[in-house]
Design a protein around this ligand. Structure first.
Ligand SMILES: [Mg+2]
Length: 217
């Protein structure tokens, strides 16, 4: 049997980070709009594409350095660095696909960024009076369509078995399309409602153990 090419596609906020840093930064810098719009994104009555844009574009660009500073202090979920080493040793690419902003991911990862194969997400233009959101990955209701990212990655990287790690609504579409999913929090609830199987995790030690026992067999 030939080699199976595996690649990990991981969400960032609430997945690699121990807390939802993106939602928190929106709540700090766009409090009114957050109170109004975030619950509607969670109950799926407002698309992420519309909701995240409305929120971010209501924030003045002068707040951007404070936003970066705020997200960069978010703690990571235990076992993350060890899991990166585990994958590196086995030649398995680790790709971050965030429903948020790539610069926020880079600010939070610091030197660990070099050990990640690629980071996909939306970007902010800070040149005008208010932030302007830009995404190369918009599709349907999604600001960052994770299935579209997977499809694009597959054009340059052989991926027989994508392994998904996520925690919330931005991971739902990709999780429904892929056979191996690690889920916690809201994502686990959405998958339960839809009768989809997943591995539950709370930290990267648990993910690594299941990876070793079930996915590398
Ligand atoms: Mg998340």
């Amino acid at each position: 049997m030939g080699r199976v090419n595996r690649a990990v596609f991981s969400d960032f906020d609430g997945t690699i980070t121990a807390q939802e840093s993106f939602v928190r930064v929106l709540e700090i810098f766009a409090p009114e709009e957050s109170r109004r719009l975030i619950p509607r994104m969670y109950d799926l009555s407002l698309s992420l594409r519309e909701g995240v844009r409305l929120l971010l574009e209501s924030i003045e660009s002068r707040h951007y350095p404070e936003m970066l500073d705020s997200v960069s202090r978010t703690p990571l979920r235990p076992g993350f660095e060890e899991f990166l080493s585990f994958l590196e040793d086995r030649g398995i690419p680790f790709i971050i696909v965030t429903g948020g902003i790539t610069a926020f991911v880079r600010a939070t990862l610091g030197p660990l960024e070099k050990r990640v194969h690629a980071i996909f997400g939306a970007d902010l233009d800070t040149g005008g009076p208010t932030l302007k959101l830009h995404s190369d990955w918009e599709a349907g209701t999604e600001l960052v369509s994770k299935p579209l990212v997977l499809e694009t990655v597959r054009k340059v990287l052989p991926v027989d078995l994508p392994v998904i790690i996520g925690d919330s609504v931005t991971d739902l579409e990709l999780s429904m399309a892929c056979p191996v999913v690690f889920a916690r929090d809201r994502l686990a609830g959405y998958l339960d409602q839809r009768g989809r199987m997943y591995y539950h995790y709370e930290d990267f030690m648990e993910i690594q153990k299941i990876f070793q026992e079930k996915i590398l067999r």
